[in-house]
Write a protein that binds this ligand. Structure first.
Ligand SMILES: [Zn+2]
Length: 493
Protein backbone atom coordinates (compact mmCIF):
# COMPACT_ATOMS: atom_id res chain seq x y z
CA UNK A 1 0.00 0.00 0.00
CA UNK A 2 2.72 2.48 0.79
CA UNK A 3 3.97 1.92 -2.73
CA UNK A 4 0.51 2.70 -4.18
CA UNK A 5 0.21 5.81 -1.96
CA UNK A 6 3.53 7.13 -3.04
CA UNK A 7 2.63 6.37 -6.69
CA UNK A 8 -0.62 8.36 -6.30
CA UNK A 9 1.26 11.20 -4.64
CA UNK A 10 3.77 11.12 -7.45
CA UNK A 11 1.03 11.12 -10.09
CA UNK A 12 -0.71 14.08 -8.42
CA UNK A 13 2.56 15.96 -8.41
CA UNK A 14 3.14 15.13 -12.04
CA UNK A 15 -0.32 16.25 -13.03
CA UNK A 16 0.12 19.48 -11.06
CA UNK A 17 3.50 20.06 -12.69
CA UNK A 18 2.04 19.41 -16.14
CA UNK A 19 -0.86 21.81 -15.46
CA UNK A 20 1.52 24.53 -14.25
CA UNK A 21 3.88 23.94 -17.19
CA UNK A 22 0.99 24.03 -19.67
CA UNK A 23 -0.38 27.25 -18.14
CA UNK A 24 3.02 28.92 -18.31
CA UNK A 25 3.47 27.74 -21.88
CA UNK A 26 0.05 29.05 -22.95
CA UNK A 27 0.69 32.46 -21.38
CA UNK A 28 4.20 32.67 -22.87
CA UNK A 29 2.91 31.55 -26.23
CA UNK A 30 0.09 34.08 -26.33
CA UNK A 31 2.46 36.87 -25.28
CA UNK A 32 4.98 36.06 -27.99
CA UNK A 33 2.31 35.42 -30.61
CA UNK A 34 3.79 32.00 -31.42
CA UNK A 35 0.39 30.45 -32.06
CA UNK A 36 0.05 32.65 -35.18
CA UNK A 37 3.53 31.94 -36.40
CA UNK A 38 3.89 29.63 -39.39
CA UNK A 39 6.07 26.57 -38.71
CA UNK A 40 9.75 26.78 -39.53
CA UNK A 41 10.14 30.54 -39.00
CA UNK A 42 12.80 30.30 -36.32
CA UNK A 43 14.26 33.54 -37.73
CA UNK A 44 11.39 35.60 -36.37
CA UNK A 45 11.64 33.95 -32.98
CA UNK A 46 15.18 35.31 -32.70
CA UNK A 47 14.29 38.90 -33.66
CA UNK A 48 15.75 41.27 -31.08
CA UNK A 49 13.21 43.20 -29.06
CA UNK A 50 13.70 46.89 -29.74
CA UNK A 51 12.17 49.67 -27.66
CA UNK A 52 11.23 51.87 -30.62
CA UNK A 53 9.48 54.47 -28.47
CA UNK A 54 12.69 54.98 -26.50
CA UNK A 55 14.76 54.97 -29.68
CA UNK A 56 12.49 57.61 -31.25
CA UNK A 57 12.78 59.93 -28.25
CA UNK A 58 16.54 59.61 -28.27
CA UNK A 59 16.66 60.03 -32.07
CA UNK A 60 14.59 63.21 -31.94
CA UNK A 61 17.09 64.80 -29.57
CA UNK A 62 20.04 63.82 -31.80
CA UNK A 63 18.16 65.07 -34.87
CA UNK A 64 17.58 68.50 -33.36
CA UNK A 65 21.17 68.76 -32.16
CA UNK A 66 22.47 67.73 -35.59
CA UNK A 67 20.29 70.33 -37.35
CA UNK A 68 21.75 73.07 -35.16
CA UNK A 69 25.17 72.67 -36.74
CA UNK A 70 25.34 75.18 -39.57
CA UNK A 71 26.76 73.02 -42.36
CA UNK A 72 25.87 75.39 -45.18
CA UNK A 73 27.58 74.65 -48.47
CA UNK A 74 29.59 76.69 -49.34
CA UNK A 75 31.80 76.26 -47.40
CA UNK A 76 30.49 72.78 -46.48
CA UNK A 77 32.25 72.64 -43.15
CA UNK A 78 30.94 69.45 -41.61
CA UNK A 79 33.69 68.92 -39.01
CA UNK A 80 31.67 69.80 -35.90
CA UNK A 81 28.51 68.00 -37.03
CA UNK A 82 30.51 64.87 -37.89
CA UNK A 83 32.33 65.04 -34.54
CA UNK A 84 28.93 65.14 -32.84
CA UNK A 85 27.70 62.00 -34.62
CA UNK A 86 31.05 60.29 -34.07
CA UNK A 87 31.04 60.71 -30.29
CA UNK A 88 27.57 59.13 -30.06
CA UNK A 89 28.81 56.09 -31.99
CA UNK A 90 32.11 55.94 -30.11
CA UNK A 91 30.28 55.93 -26.78
CA UNK A 92 28.48 52.76 -27.86
CA UNK A 93 31.66 51.05 -28.94
CA UNK A 94 30.87 51.24 -32.67
CA UNK A 95 33.91 51.48 -34.99
CA UNK A 96 34.26 54.91 -36.57
CA UNK A 97 36.71 56.59 -38.92
CA UNK A 98 36.82 60.11 -40.31
CA UNK A 99 38.35 61.35 -43.55
CA UNK A 100 39.06 64.98 -44.43
CA UNK A 101 39.26 65.87 -48.12
CA UNK A 102 39.86 69.59 -47.51
CA UNK A 103 39.96 71.58 -44.27
CA UNK A 104 36.55 71.19 -42.61
CA UNK A 105 35.17 68.81 -45.23
CA UNK A 106 34.89 65.66 -43.15
CA UNK A 107 33.32 62.29 -43.96
CA UNK A 108 32.26 59.84 -41.27
CA UNK A 109 32.29 56.08 -41.74
CA UNK A 110 30.90 53.86 -38.96
CA UNK A 111 30.78 50.08 -39.12
CA UNK A 112 29.08 47.09 -37.60
CA UNK A 113 31.22 44.33 -39.06
CA UNK A 114 29.87 41.18 -40.66
CA UNK A 115 31.73 38.20 -42.12
CA UNK A 116 34.95 39.42 -43.79
CA UNK A 117 34.20 37.81 -47.14
CA UNK A 118 30.80 39.54 -47.50
CA UNK A 119 30.64 43.18 -48.58
CA UNK A 120 28.57 45.42 -46.31
CA UNK A 121 25.30 47.25 -46.78
CA UNK A 122 25.71 51.02 -46.76
CA UNK A 123 23.44 53.70 -45.29
CA UNK A 124 24.65 56.87 -47.01
CA UNK A 125 23.66 60.47 -46.34
CA UNK A 126 25.17 63.93 -46.51
CA UNK A 127 25.72 66.43 -43.71
CA UNK A 128 26.02 69.62 -45.77
CA UNK A 129 22.99 71.75 -46.61
CA UNK A 130 22.13 74.48 -49.09
CA UNK A 131 22.08 78.09 -47.84
CA UNK A 132 19.02 79.49 -46.08
CA UNK A 133 17.97 83.14 -45.99
CA UNK A 134 16.92 83.39 -42.35
CA UNK A 135 14.64 86.43 -42.73
CA UNK A 136 12.36 84.47 -45.07
CA UNK A 137 11.82 81.65 -42.59
CA UNK A 138 9.09 81.49 -39.95
CA UNK A 139 11.49 79.55 -37.68
CA UNK A 140 15.24 80.21 -37.64
CA UNK A 141 16.82 77.73 -40.07
CA UNK A 142 19.42 76.44 -37.59
CA UNK A 143 17.35 76.41 -34.38
CA UNK A 144 15.61 73.05 -34.94
CA UNK A 145 12.41 74.33 -33.36
CA UNK A 146 9.82 71.73 -32.52
CA UNK A 147 6.44 73.18 -33.41
CA UNK A 148 3.16 71.68 -34.53
CA UNK A 149 4.59 68.17 -34.65
CA UNK A 150 7.39 69.23 -36.99
CA UNK A 151 11.10 69.84 -36.56
CA UNK A 152 11.96 72.96 -38.55
CA UNK A 153 15.36 73.50 -40.05
CA UNK A 154 17.55 73.59 -43.12
CA UNK A 155 18.46 70.01 -43.84
CA UNK A 156 15.48 68.50 -42.01
CA UNK A 157 14.56 66.52 -45.12
CA UNK A 158 17.67 67.10 -47.24
CA UNK A 159 19.39 65.13 -45.74
CA UNK A 160 20.01 65.14 -42.02
CA UNK A 161 16.99 63.06 -41.02
CA UNK A 162 18.33 60.20 -43.09
CA UNK A 163 21.62 60.43 -41.22
CA UNK A 164 19.75 60.12 -37.93
CA UNK A 165 17.76 57.13 -39.22
CA UNK A 166 21.08 55.45 -40.03
CA UNK A 167 22.54 56.43 -36.65
CA UNK A 168 19.61 55.02 -34.68
CA UNK A 169 19.73 51.83 -36.75
CA UNK A 170 23.43 51.39 -35.92
CA UNK A 171 22.75 51.97 -32.21
CA UNK A 172 19.76 49.61 -32.11
CA UNK A 173 21.62 46.78 -33.82
CA UNK A 174 24.69 47.20 -31.64
CA UNK A 175 22.70 47.33 -28.42
CA UNK A 176 20.66 44.26 -29.38
CA UNK A 177 23.85 42.35 -30.15
CA UNK A 178 22.26 41.08 -33.36
CA UNK A 179 24.31 38.52 -35.29
CA UNK A 180 24.99 39.74 -38.81
CA UNK A 181 25.36 37.79 -42.02
CA UNK A 182 26.37 41.05 -43.72
CA UNK A 183 28.06 44.08 -42.16
CA UNK A 184 26.36 47.47 -41.92
CA UNK A 185 28.14 50.74 -42.56
CA UNK A 186 27.03 54.31 -42.30
CA UNK A 187 28.70 57.00 -44.38
CA UNK A 188 27.97 60.71 -43.93
CA UNK A 189 29.53 63.03 -46.50
CA UNK A 190 30.26 66.71 -46.96
CA UNK A 191 29.96 68.57 -50.26
CA UNK A 192 26.98 66.76 -51.81
CA UNK A 193 25.25 70.05 -52.53
CA UNK A 194 28.23 71.15 -54.63
CA UNK A 195 28.42 67.92 -56.62
CA UNK A 196 30.27 65.65 -54.18
CA UNK A 197 33.75 66.24 -55.54
CA UNK A 198 35.13 66.68 -52.02
CA UNK A 199 32.73 64.24 -50.42
CA UNK A 200 31.40 60.96 -51.80
CA UNK A 201 33.37 61.22 -55.03
CA UNK A 202 36.60 61.86 -53.13
CA UNK A 203 35.88 58.92 -50.80
CA UNK A 204 35.14 56.57 -53.67
CA UNK A 205 38.26 57.62 -55.55
CA UNK A 206 40.65 57.73 -52.58
CA UNK A 207 39.27 55.45 -49.87
CA UNK A 208 37.23 52.80 -51.63
CA UNK A 209 38.95 50.13 -49.54
CA UNK A 210 37.48 51.70 -46.40
CA UNK A 211 33.90 51.37 -47.65
CA UNK A 212 33.36 49.03 -50.68
CA UNK A 213 29.69 48.22 -50.09
CA UNK A 214 27.75 45.52 -51.92
CA UNK A 215 24.88 48.00 -52.25
CA UNK A 216 23.47 50.97 -50.40
CA UNK A 217 20.60 53.34 -49.85
CA UNK A 218 20.81 57.10 -50.12
CA UNK A 219 18.55 60.10 -50.61
CA UNK A 220 16.55 60.35 -53.82
CA UNK A 221 13.25 58.58 -53.23
CA UNK A 222 10.46 58.46 -50.68
CA UNK A 223 6.70 58.15 -50.51
CA UNK A 224 4.58 60.80 -52.22
CA UNK A 225 0.83 61.12 -52.27
CA UNK A 226 -0.96 61.77 -55.52
CA UNK A 227 2.00 61.55 -57.90
CA UNK A 228 0.76 62.12 -61.50
CA UNK A 229 -2.71 62.54 -60.03
CA UNK A 230 -2.84 58.91 -58.90
CA UNK A 231 -4.64 57.44 -55.91
CA UNK A 232 -2.62 56.47 -52.86
CA UNK A 233 1.05 56.73 -51.97
CA UNK A 234 3.81 55.99 -54.43
CA UNK A 235 7.34 55.18 -53.31
CA UNK A 236 9.54 56.18 -56.21
CA UNK A 237 12.82 54.41 -55.55
CA UNK A 238 15.62 56.02 -57.53
CA UNK A 239 17.66 53.52 -59.54
CA UNK A 240 19.20 56.00 -61.98
CA UNK A 241 19.78 59.71 -62.54
CA UNK A 242 19.76 62.01 -65.51
CA UNK A 243 23.36 62.63 -66.57
CA UNK A 244 24.74 66.02 -65.75
CA UNK A 245 26.36 67.92 -68.63
CA UNK A 246 27.21 71.56 -68.05
CA UNK A 247 28.36 73.65 -70.98
CA UNK A 248 29.80 77.11 -71.45
CA UNK A 249 28.81 78.92 -74.65
CA UNK A 250 31.02 81.74 -75.85
CA UNK A 251 30.28 84.20 -78.65
CA UNK A 252 33.01 86.53 -79.90
CA UNK A 253 32.10 89.71 -81.78
CA UNK A 254 33.05 93.30 -82.37
CA UNK A 255 32.85 95.84 -79.58
CA UNK A 256 31.71 99.40 -80.13
CA UNK A 257 29.39 102.20 -79.12
CA UNK A 258 25.91 101.23 -77.99
CA UNK A 259 24.43 104.09 -80.01
CA UNK A 260 25.36 102.38 -83.29
CA UNK A 261 24.16 98.76 -83.37
CA UNK A 262 26.58 96.63 -85.28
CA UNK A 263 25.69 93.28 -86.85
CA UNK A 264 28.56 91.59 -85.00
CA UNK A 265 27.33 92.22 -81.44
CA UNK A 266 28.24 89.00 -79.50
CA UNK A 267 25.15 89.38 -77.34
CA UNK A 268 22.94 89.23 -80.42
CA UNK A 269 24.83 86.21 -81.72
CA UNK A 270 24.41 84.42 -78.39
CA UNK A 271 20.74 85.36 -77.96
CA UNK A 272 19.86 84.19 -81.46
CA UNK A 273 21.77 80.94 -81.02
CA UNK A 274 20.08 80.22 -77.70
CA UNK A 275 16.70 81.03 -79.21
CA UNK A 276 17.20 78.39 -81.90
CA UNK A 277 18.09 75.85 -79.20
CA UNK A 278 15.05 76.68 -77.07
CA UNK A 279 12.71 76.66 -80.06
CA UNK A 280 13.88 73.15 -80.96
CA UNK A 281 13.83 71.24 -77.66
CA UNK A 282 14.86 67.58 -77.55
CA UNK A 283 12.06 65.12 -78.30
CA UNK A 284 10.18 63.29 -75.57
CA UNK A 285 11.35 59.75 -75.07
CA UNK A 286 10.33 57.06 -72.58
CA UNK A 287 13.28 55.10 -71.25
CA UNK A 288 12.63 51.56 -69.86
CA UNK A 289 12.71 52.54 -66.15
CA UNK A 290 10.09 55.23 -66.76
CA UNK A 291 7.98 52.92 -68.92
CA UNK A 292 7.90 50.46 -66.04
CA UNK A 293 6.94 53.17 -63.55
CA UNK A 294 4.19 54.59 -65.78
CA UNK A 295 2.75 51.17 -66.42
CA UNK A 296 2.57 50.46 -62.68
CA UNK A 297 1.09 53.91 -61.98
CA UNK A 298 -1.68 53.41 -64.55
CA UNK A 299 -3.40 50.92 -62.24
CA UNK A 300 -3.98 53.73 -59.76
CA UNK A 301 -5.35 56.31 -62.14
CA UNK A 302 -8.69 57.07 -63.67
CA UNK A 303 -9.48 56.88 -67.35
CA UNK A 304 -8.23 58.39 -69.65
CA UNK A 305 -4.96 59.00 -67.73
CA UNK A 306 -4.69 55.28 -66.93
CA UNK A 307 -4.99 54.36 -70.60
CA UNK A 308 -2.59 57.08 -71.72
CA UNK A 309 0.11 55.96 -69.34
CA UNK A 310 -0.24 52.25 -70.06
CA UNK A 311 -0.18 52.87 -73.85
CA UNK A 312 2.31 55.72 -73.91
CA UNK A 313 4.16 54.17 -76.86
CA UNK A 314 1.10 54.36 -79.16
CA UNK A 315 0.95 57.07 -81.84
CA UNK A 316 -0.44 60.39 -80.54
CA UNK A 317 -0.67 59.01 -76.99
CA UNK A 318 2.28 61.09 -75.80
CA UNK A 319 0.57 64.28 -76.99
CA UNK A 320 -2.54 63.39 -75.00
CA UNK A 321 -0.56 62.42 -71.89
CA UNK A 322 1.43 65.67 -72.00
CA UNK A 323 -1.84 67.54 -71.57
CA UNK A 324 -2.96 65.13 -68.84
CA UNK A 325 -0.91 63.12 -66.34
CA UNK A 326 2.43 64.33 -67.73
CA UNK A 327 1.58 68.02 -67.80
CA UNK A 328 3.93 69.03 -64.98
CA UNK A 329 7.36 70.29 -65.99
CA UNK A 330 8.84 68.25 -63.15
CA UNK A 331 7.54 65.09 -64.81
CA UNK A 332 8.46 66.25 -68.30
CA UNK A 333 12.08 66.52 -67.13
CA UNK A 334 12.04 62.73 -66.80
CA UNK A 335 11.04 62.03 -70.39
CA UNK A 336 13.43 64.13 -72.43
CA UNK A 337 16.93 65.55 -72.44
CA UNK A 338 16.67 69.01 -70.92
CA UNK A 339 18.50 72.28 -71.52
CA UNK A 340 18.28 75.16 -69.04
CA UNK A 341 20.15 78.41 -69.71
CA UNK A 342 21.23 79.24 -66.17
CA UNK A 343 24.00 81.84 -66.52
CA UNK A 344 24.38 84.85 -68.77
CA UNK A 345 27.49 86.92 -68.58
CA UNK A 346 28.30 89.82 -70.90
CA UNK A 347 28.92 93.52 -70.92
CA UNK A 348 30.18 96.00 -68.36
CA UNK A 349 28.49 99.26 -69.34
CA UNK A 350 25.12 100.02 -70.85
CA UNK A 351 26.45 102.10 -73.75
CA UNK A 352 29.26 99.70 -74.69
CA UNK A 353 28.83 96.68 -76.97
CA UNK A 354 31.16 94.04 -75.49
CA UNK A 355 33.51 91.84 -77.50
CA UNK A 356 32.43 88.55 -75.91
CA UNK A 357 29.28 87.14 -74.48
CA UNK A 358 28.95 83.94 -72.43
CA UNK A 359 26.18 81.63 -71.26
CA UNK A 360 26.17 78.62 -68.98
CA UNK A 361 23.66 75.91 -69.82
CA UNK A 362 22.67 73.02 -67.61
CA UNK A 363 21.89 69.96 -69.73
CA UNK A 364 20.58 66.74 -68.21
CA UNK A 365 20.64 63.69 -70.42
CA UNK A 366 18.50 60.57 -70.34
CA UNK A 367 20.51 57.42 -69.56
CA UNK A 368 20.59 56.23 -73.17
CA UNK A 369 21.41 59.56 -74.83
CA UNK A 370 24.71 59.65 -76.68
CA UNK A 371 26.47 62.76 -75.33
CA UNK A 372 28.56 63.28 -78.50
CA UNK A 373 25.49 63.24 -80.73
CA UNK A 374 23.70 65.57 -78.33
CA UNK A 375 26.53 68.11 -78.46
CA UNK A 376 26.76 67.85 -82.25
CA UNK A 377 23.04 68.63 -82.53
CA UNK A 378 23.41 71.52 -80.13
CA UNK A 379 26.33 73.01 -82.06
CA UNK A 380 24.34 72.77 -85.26
CA UNK A 381 21.54 74.85 -83.72
CA UNK A 382 23.89 77.35 -82.07
CA UNK A 383 25.68 78.02 -85.34
CA UNK A 384 29.34 78.47 -86.19
CA UNK A 385 29.88 81.69 -84.21
CA UNK A 386 29.33 80.11 -80.80
CA UNK A 387 32.07 78.10 -79.19
CA UNK A 388 31.06 75.25 -76.86
CA UNK A 389 33.17 74.17 -73.85
CA UNK A 390 32.53 71.54 -71.20
CA UNK A 391 32.19 72.66 -67.59
CA UNK A 392 31.22 69.11 -66.60
CA UNK A 393 31.08 66.03 -68.77
CA UNK A 394 28.38 63.44 -68.12
CA UNK A 395 29.29 60.37 -66.08
CA UNK A 396 28.53 56.85 -67.25
CA UNK A 397 27.11 55.42 -64.02
CA UNK A 398 25.02 52.32 -64.69
CA UNK A 399 21.45 51.96 -63.51
CA UNK A 400 20.88 50.01 -60.26
CA UNK A 401 18.81 46.88 -60.93
CA UNK A 402 15.11 47.04 -60.07
CA UNK A 403 15.34 43.41 -58.97
CA UNK A 404 17.49 41.33 -56.64
CA UNK A 405 18.19 41.27 -52.92
CA UNK A 406 18.25 44.98 -52.06
CA UNK A 407 15.36 45.88 -54.35
CA UNK A 408 13.23 43.06 -52.93
CA UNK A 409 14.04 44.06 -49.35
CA UNK A 410 13.02 47.68 -50.02
CA UNK A 411 9.73 46.44 -51.50
CA UNK A 412 9.10 44.16 -48.49
CA UNK A 413 9.79 46.89 -45.96
CA UNK A 414 7.59 49.45 -47.72
CA UNK A 415 4.74 46.92 -47.97
CA UNK A 416 5.07 46.04 -44.28
CA UNK A 417 5.95 49.31 -42.55
CA UNK A 418 3.74 51.55 -44.67
CA UNK A 419 0.87 49.14 -45.17
CA UNK A 420 -1.67 51.72 -43.94
CA UNK A 421 -0.75 53.83 -46.97
CA UNK A 422 -1.42 50.98 -49.45
CA UNK A 423 1.90 51.89 -51.04
CA UNK A 424 2.98 51.24 -54.61
CA UNK A 425 6.74 50.91 -55.23
CA UNK A 426 8.05 51.97 -58.63
CA UNK A 427 11.60 52.38 -59.90
CA UNK A 428 12.47 55.93 -60.75
CA UNK A 429 14.87 58.09 -62.64
CA UNK A 430 15.94 61.28 -60.85
CA UNK A 431 16.05 64.57 -62.70
CA UNK A 432 18.73 65.81 -60.32
CA UNK A 433 21.99 64.23 -59.20
CA UNK A 434 22.99 62.65 -55.88
CA UNK A 435 26.02 60.88 -54.42
CA UNK A 436 24.50 57.56 -55.56
CA UNK A 437 26.18 57.89 -58.93
CA UNK A 438 29.63 57.49 -57.35
CA UNK A 439 28.69 54.13 -55.85
CA UNK A 440 27.07 53.06 -59.12
CA UNK A 441 30.20 53.96 -61.03
CA UNK A 442 32.08 51.50 -58.80
CA UNK A 443 29.55 48.79 -59.57
CA UNK A 444 27.74 49.04 -56.22
CA UNK A 445 23.99 49.50 -56.76
CA UNK A 446 22.64 52.48 -54.84
CA UNK A 447 18.96 53.12 -54.24
CA UNK A 448 17.34 56.46 -53.57
CA UNK A 449 15.17 55.47 -50.62
CA UNK A 450 14.41 57.53 -47.54
CA UNK A 451 11.47 55.83 -45.80
CA UNK A 452 9.15 58.77 -45.18
CA UNK A 453 5.91 59.94 -46.78
CA UNK A 454 5.72 63.61 -47.68
CA UNK A 455 3.24 65.61 -49.68
CA UNK A 456 4.37 67.52 -52.74
CA UNK A 457 3.99 70.81 -50.87
CA UNK A 458 6.28 69.57 -48.07
CA UNK A 459 8.79 68.38 -50.67
CA UNK A 460 8.75 71.86 -52.23
CA UNK A 461 10.37 73.19 -49.04
CA UNK A 462 13.54 71.23 -49.84
CA UNK A 463 16.13 73.84 -50.86
CA UNK A 464 13.32 76.36 -50.21
CA UNK A 465 11.88 78.18 -47.22
CA UNK A 466 10.68 76.56 -43.97
CA UNK A 467 12.03 73.08 -44.62
CA UNK A 468 10.70 70.74 -41.95
CA UNK A 469 10.01 67.10 -41.15
CA UNK A 470 7.26 65.73 -38.96
CA UNK A 471 8.27 63.78 -35.88
CA UNK A 472 5.95 61.04 -37.11
CA UNK A 473 7.98 60.77 -40.32
CA UNK A 474 11.23 60.67 -38.36
CA UNK A 475 9.87 57.80 -36.24
CA UNK A 476 8.61 55.87 -39.25
CA UNK A 477 11.93 56.43 -40.98
CA UNK A 478 13.91 55.10 -38.03
CA UNK A 479 11.72 52.02 -37.88
CA UNK A 480 11.83 51.29 -41.61
CA UNK A 481 15.58 51.93 -41.89
CA UNK A 482 16.14 49.51 -39.04
CA UNK A 483 13.79 46.93 -40.60
CA UNK A 484 15.45 47.22 -44.02
CA UNK A 485 18.91 46.85 -42.51
CA UNK A 486 17.88 43.82 -40.48
CA UNK A 487 16.22 42.22 -43.49
CA UNK A 488 19.42 42.55 -45.48
CA UNK A 489 21.98 41.91 -42.76
CA UNK A 490 20.68 39.84 -39.89
CA UNK A 491 21.94 36.28 -39.71
CA UNK A 492 19.34 33.50 -39.60
CA UNK A 493 20.34 32.27 -36.16
ZN1 LIG B 1 20.49 66.16 -50.63
Amino acid sequence: MPALKSYRRLTKRRIAAIVVFAAVAIVACSLSGCSRKPPGKSREAAAPQIDFAGLDTEGLQYFRDYLRFDTTNPPSNTAAAIAYLKQILDREGIQTQTFESKPGMVTLVAKLPGPPNIKPFMLMSHADVVPAVARDWSHPPFAADLDGGFVWGRGAIDNKAHGIMALMTMLAIKRAGAKLKRGVEMMVNPDEEAGGENGAQWMVENHWDAIAPEFGVNEGGSGTQGWLGSRGTTFRIAVAEKRVMWLRLIAHGTSGHGSMPNPDNPNTILIEGLSRVLENPPAYRIVPVIARAFDAMSSRMDFPASFELSHIGWPFMMDAALKGPLSSYTVQALIRDTISPTMLNAGFKVNVIPSTSEAGIDCRLLPDTNPDEFVTGLKHLLGPRIQVEFIQKPDLAPESPASGEAWDAINDVVARDFRDEAPLVVPSLMAGGTDSRFLRLKGAPSYGFVPIVISQSEAARIHGVDERLSVDNLDRGIRATYDLTMELCRANQ
